[in-house]
Design a protein around this ligand. Structure first.
Ligand code: TXA
Ligand code: MG
Length: 334
């Protein structure tokens, strides 16, 4: 079976798709809402390849799909509201944003470096079969190229993504055809981030009033813009061509010839102050490492983090976008 090929969601093909996920590959699969472009959520490189396939100019956090609530509880902290809502609406088109558990193995790239995780259990029988077969969490945005409309039939996926769709498991049209409702329960006040088939009224009947951000005229239009962005506490210095005393280095490509101001070579920095996004200069590898390495260097005790420049090609665009936001965030937060 080749990438971009549409195959019926038979038990054999679902098993093959689960193996593909385990190997770090991509699988497009049906859900009751829209077709998703899935990857092993614990595999940084596989998650990075989702962004590469979609051609997203920025890293928005992705929804993590699991087979059941017990598994979801391993990755996200459930409070009483989450228990109440999921006992009624899971499996189904409701995504909850919850705090990540302490040992959560989901890629930091999947939650864009945030301390929260968006999780849902879809109700489509073929999605559930795939998730059960695979056994782990599957990160999946809608299976379309960035900027085009969400796919509700296998042909839409193939037309939009071509060979970048991975294996396309087909099960006809999606019954709902609209992305899931996204509800943020990570703070005391529940916030509806995206409307969907589970309505505000249904949610409020169970947990009381929720805030709504998407139809507030003062709020920015795109859901991505409503997001809080990850920012390290340590200031970032972008476009660095050397390392200053007291700095850590987030490198990209070779640092053989890079020096430390005042003397010394960058390659001899203490291990906790040096990370290389990709020694070979691969932007997909850089994306896979980005948030984990920023977190590491933020904890290193350095006064600032020197960041080498990353070319604006492929996923480099998204990596640069996120570094710029992180640099601004770390400055304005002090
Ligand atoms: O119906 C759906 O939910 C589909 C199918 C495939 O399941 N998936 C989907 O995923 O629409 P995606 O990645 O296109 O949408 C994710 C939404 C975005 O609006 C994103 O901003 C929000 O969820 N989101 C994800 N993680 C978040 C987080 N940690 N905090 C706040 N919002 C988050
Ligand atoms: Mg989408």
């Amino acid at each position: 079976m080749t990438s971009g090929q549409i195959v019926p969601a038979t038990p054999e093909n679902i098993a093959a798709a689960a193996r593909r996920l385990a190997e770090g590959g991509l699988v497009s699969f049906p859900t009751e809402t829209v077709y998703g472009l899935g990857a092993d959520a614990t595999n940084d490189k596989a998650v990075a390849s989702i962004f590469a396939a979609k051609g997203r100019p920025e890293f928005n956090p992705l929804i993590v799909h699991v087979a059941d609530r017990a598994l979801a509880r391993k990755f996200a902290k459930f409070d009483e509201r989450a228990e109440i809502l999921t006992s009624s609406f899971w499996p189904g088109p409701l995504t909850l944003v919850l705090p990540r558990t302490e040992m959560c193995p989901v890629s930091k790239l999947a939650s864009a470096g945030l301390p929260t995780l968006a999780v849902r259990v879809p109700s489509h029988p073929m999605a559930l079969a795939l998730l059960k077969d695979f056994g782990g969490p599957v990160a999946a945005p809608s299976a379309n190229r960035s900027g085009s409309i969400s796919p509700t039939a296998p042909m839409h996926v193939q037309t939009s993504l071509g060979i970048d769709a991975g294996l396309i498991l087909a099960a006809g049209r999606c019954t709902i055809g609209l992305e899931s409702t996204v509800l943020d329960l990570s703070e005391e006040k529940a916030v509806l981030l995206r409307p969907g088939a589970v309505t505000q009224e249904e949610i409020e009947d169970m947990i009381g009033p929720v805030d709504v951000v998407f139809d507030n005229p003062d709020a920015p239009k795109s859901p991505g813009q409503l997001l809080k962005h990850y920012a390290p506490n340590t200031p970032l210095r972008l476009g660095a061509v050397d390392v200053r005393p007291g700095e850590a280095l987030l490198a990209f490509g070779s640092i053989k010839f890079m020096g430390i101001v005042g003397g010394g070579a960058a390659k001899d920095l203490p291990a906790e102050r040096l990370r290389n996004l990709s020694e070979t200069g691969d932007p997909v590898e850089a994306a896979a490492n980005l948030f984990a390495m920023l977190h590491d260097l933020d904890k290193s005790g350095a006064e600032s983090i020197a960041v080498m420049s990353i070319p604006l090609t492929g996923l480099g665009v998204a990596v640069n976008d996120r570094l710029k936001r992180a640099a601004e965030g770390s400055r304005s937060d002090g």
